[in-house]
Design a protein around this ligand. Structure first.
Ligand code: FPP
Ligand code: MG
Length: 329
């Protein structure tokens, strides 16, 4: 995928001026005399993330011709909550790699990562208070609460081999998609759109977010670690029963009993066994199944975009939904 055809790169180009302001606002809000805060904050914020969520917020505002300034700190709020959640997530998942580099917990340890995550999270709420809109504060606090609930729900379903597709999608909506929803929703709200349009854009973000996480789950079984920029094949080890595995276990009883044995060992599997599981999931086309579902969600997202608004941005938002369901990383 080259720069001109990659819609995320196009979004970055179109929003370049706004993104300069977003990055300045990030920098400003990472200032602290406790040196570990800007050190870890900058490390993770500048670690090559796609800035997908803040871009969605900026594009939603732009779609409706917004000309004010509020979308900048709101995009940063979304990025800070996302970054805080990654700092916590890598501790919870004992993951030592993120975006092709050592994760923050790999460099500074778990305590520092959790605490700087708390800092970013609380800073996001200070910024919401400074924005001064109770409706926006309610929206973001509900979303953050859902995000935390989603992670606890996922934890409570560790090695839940009976997990249905619907249960799996519920986790995805709550742990990942809600923040994409929030990004599209706050941008649309800031642009002063009516309730119906805000609801459609929120649902657009939600569907795009589901497609995004389904691809993440597919890539865990199908990608190579260098492409993914993080360890692959770890979901099972962590007890996450995701769609590729659910689908594959439905058609392969031997795979299911092997997964049961791995679950009884608390997720431990040696290299040979991990490769075996990967091959059996591939034989059942588990990743492709998750990708097909991701494409269904991308289609739903596209259909929710309003007929009104700036055509170039609407087309780009439609392509971003497709990109979420087809991304190679
Ligand atoms: C990545 O999932 C993790 C998330 C999408 C959400 C993590 C959220 C929390 C830990 C809750 C934090 C709450 C607050 C309030 C800060 P993944 O582990 O499947 O993906 P990965 O492979 O990228 O790690
Ligand atoms: Mg993780």
């Amino acid at each position: 995928m080259n720069v001109t055809t990659n819609p995320l790169a196009r979004a970055q180009e179109i929003c370049e001026a706004d993104m300069v302001r977003v990055n300045a606002c990030i920098h400003e809000n990472l200032q602290s005399d406790i040196m570990m805060i800007p050190a870890i904050g900058h490390y993770i914020v500048n670690s090559g993330g796609k800035r997908f969520r803040p871009l969605l917020c900026l594009l939603a505002a732009r779609l409706f011709g917004y000309r004010g300034d509020r979308h900048i700190p709101l995009a940063v709020v979304v990025e800070f909550i996302h970054t805080a959640s990654l700092l916590h997530d890598d501790v919870v998942d004992s993951s030592d790699q993120r975006r092709g580099s050592p994760s923050a917990n790999g460099v500074w340890g778990n305590q520092a990562s959790v605490l700087v995550g708390d800092y970013l999270f609380s800073r996001a709420f200070q910024m919401m208070v400074a924005d001064g809109d109770m409706a926006m504060l309610k929206l973001m606090s509900d979303v953050t609460n859902a995000l935390a609930e989603g992670e606890v729900l996922q934890l409570s379903r560790t090695f839940h081999l009976e997990m249905t597709e619907a249960e799996c999608l519920e986790v995805i909506e709550r742990k990942t998609a809600v923040l994409f929803k929030a990004a599209a929703e706050v941008g649309t709200c800031a642009a002063g759109q009516d309730e119906r349009t805000v609801a459609d854009m929120a649902e657009y973000g939600m569907c795009l977010g589901v497609a995004f996480q389904l691809m993440d789950d597919a890539l865990d079984y199908s990608a190579e670690a260098e492409t993914a920029g993080k360890p692959v094949g770890h979901d099972l080890e962590e007890g996450k029963i995701t769609l590729p595995l659910i689908h594959a276990m439905r058609g392969d009883a031997e795979l299911r009993s092997r997964v049961e044995a791995i679950a009884e060992r608390g997720g431990y599997a040696d290299g040979d066994e991990r490769d075996w599981v990967r091959r059996r999931v591939a034989a059942q086309r588990g990743a492709e199944h998750a990708m097909r579902r991701a494409c269904d969600y991308a289609r739903r997202a596209r259909a929710l975009l309003p007929a009104s608004g700036e055509a170039e941005i609407r087309d780009l938002l439609a392509e971003l939904a497709d990109f979420s369901a087809r991304r190679p990383y």
